[in-house]
Design a protein around this ligand. Structure first.
Ligand SMILES: *Cc1c(COP(=O)(O)O)cnc(C)c1O
Length: 448
């Protein structure tokens, strides 16, 4: 499979290059040249298949030409060492629980898959990546991404991960998930805010001397190896729903969205033939996509802080991918692609007050504990589901990841799962760093 750039000014890349580089030379996002429909027989059999087998079928549709069959199967099976079940919350509304992985959020799936695929290319790679040098992954985080990437890459040979996070600005529960791991994971505690961390990472990628000294790559959601595997659990969710006897013709998939990587994977699934009748992108107060759906105008702006902070994004990076997909790589006019997008996807946007109210109401009426992100998804279904439709919303993180907020809103003392407690017992190790690039560079020049 060849991958082109959404900006159209970079050469085509093979999968290996797309994964190792992340972003194309023209700073566009990589898109697969073809999205093949899965055969009818697969959809007929899906309800009786295991999650891992479903995922392997989806994975080979994209990666089958570029990765050895047995290796791909191992990568998929090893990635999905946990389930993503659907849980009935009330009549016609199901929660797709994406928080049963090591760091209790959906990013585990993409991070684990990418780590294994990158590991495979380092062992078997040709050309540029056929290097015996360590590949260094730099990731800036405000919490969730760092923990998923660090845990996904933990112990993968040939890769070292540097997680940059703002000192005192991530919750203690989040911090311990990437500062206690050791091995090939180094946490860097930056005296600054999240944006300073991001600037340090971007400056590092652009620094010629540093890039000569060490091989650097990124693991954010623009990487095809991180976002595409998220399609796996949408197929599984539809399979489980049909195994429960539901018609698969009226399924509405609702995805709480920030950078739009997760919903993008669902849309790719739809292109592969997954029977989902329509989508809802649920936003918090950061609602540029919602606004685009209403007006056809896309006006990125700075993000505002909300209760659902992993969705505090003012310029979603995967918007370019969605636009490219539905404009047939620029063949359709902006008005035509807006028409296609807004007839398939509707939007919703919720204030912090509404999020809290939804969490309280859902808990009182159903006993189900929502996290602030999932709450946006649940409420969007409550508000938008039509008679005869069945809705699935993604519960993108375990509510205990946001214990302080959830406890305060619901007046409960939510239990912290054992996996999280295990992190909290570990010894915190981090490298203090100023927000000056010169300091960060000097530090990296001493590593190899
Ligand atoms: C990352 C994240 C989101 C947003 O997902 P995108 O793929 O960026 O749209 C939503 N909820 C949680 C808990 C997250 O960590």
């Amino acid at each position: 499979m060849k991958y082109y750039s959404t900006n159209g000014k970079a050469p085509m890349a093979d999968l290996q290059k797309a994964v190792v580089k992340g972003l194309a030379e023209d700073r566009g996002l990589y898109m697969p040249e073809e999205i093949y429909k899965l055969p009818k027989a697969f959809f007929d059999d899906m309800a009786g298949m295991s999650f891992q087998d479903i995922a392997y079928n989806v994975a080979s549709n994209f990666f089958g030409d570029d990765v050895d069959e047995d290796a791909l199967q191992d990568i998929v099976y090893d990635t999905l060492s946990f389930d993503c079940p659907i849980v009935k919350v009330e009549d016609n509304i199901y929660s797709l629980e994406l928080f049963h992985g090591p760091t209790l959020a959906f990013k585990d799936v993409g991070a684990r898959f990418m780590a294994r695929l990158l590991g495979y290319f380092l062992r078997n790679g040709r050309g540029e990546t056929a290097t015996h040098k360590t590949v260094n992954v730099l990731v800036a985080t405000s919490g969730d991404t760092g923990s998923a990437v660090a845990n996904g890459f933990l112990g993968v040979e040939g890769i070292h991960v540097y997680v940059l996070y703002p000192k005192g600005k991530v919750s203690p529960i989040q911090e311990c998930q990437f500062t206690t791991l050791g091995k090939n994971i180094t946490a860097i505690e930056v005296d600054g805010v999240f944006d300073d961390c991001q600037v340090l990472v971007k400056s590092a990628f652009m620094d010629e001397e540093l890039n000569k000294h060490m091989k650097l790559t990124s693991a954010n959601s623009i990487n095809v190896a991180r976002f595409l595997p998220q399609a796996f659990y949408y197929f599984n969710a539809v399979a489980r729903l049909s195994a429960l006897g539901h018609q698969t013709s009226d399924i509405v998939m609702c995805v709480p969205s920030g950078n739009f990587g997760n919903i993008c994977a669902a849309l790719f699934g739809h292109e592969m033939g997954l029977p989902i009748s329509r989508f809802i992108a649920a936003n918090n107060a950061n609602d540029v996509f919602y606004e685009y759906l209403q007006t056809g105008q896309y006006n990125p702006r700075s993000s505002v802080q909300t209760l659902a902070n992993a969705m505090d994004v003012g310029d979603p990076s995967n918007f370019a991918r969605i636009l490219n997909l539905y404009s047939e790589n620029g063949a359709l006019s902006p008005a035509e692609s807006h028409e296609r997008i807004s007839s398939l996807i509707s939007g919703a946007t919720y204030s912090d007050e509404q999020i809290s109210e939804t969490m309280r109401q859902c808990y009182k009426e159903t006993g189900y504990i929502l996290d602030p992100h999932g709450a946006c998804g649940y409420q969007a279904l409550k508000d938008g589901l039509k008679p005869g439709e069945v809705g699935i919303f993604c519960e993108t993180a375990h509510p205990a990841k946001f214990k302080e907020k959830v406890d305060a809103i619901l007046g409960i003392d939510i239990e912290i799962p054992e996996r999280l407690q295990a992190f909290m017992k570990g010894q915190k190790q981090s490298v203090p760093m100023s927000k000056d690039f010169a300091d960060f560079k000097a530090y990296l020049m001493q590593q190899d």
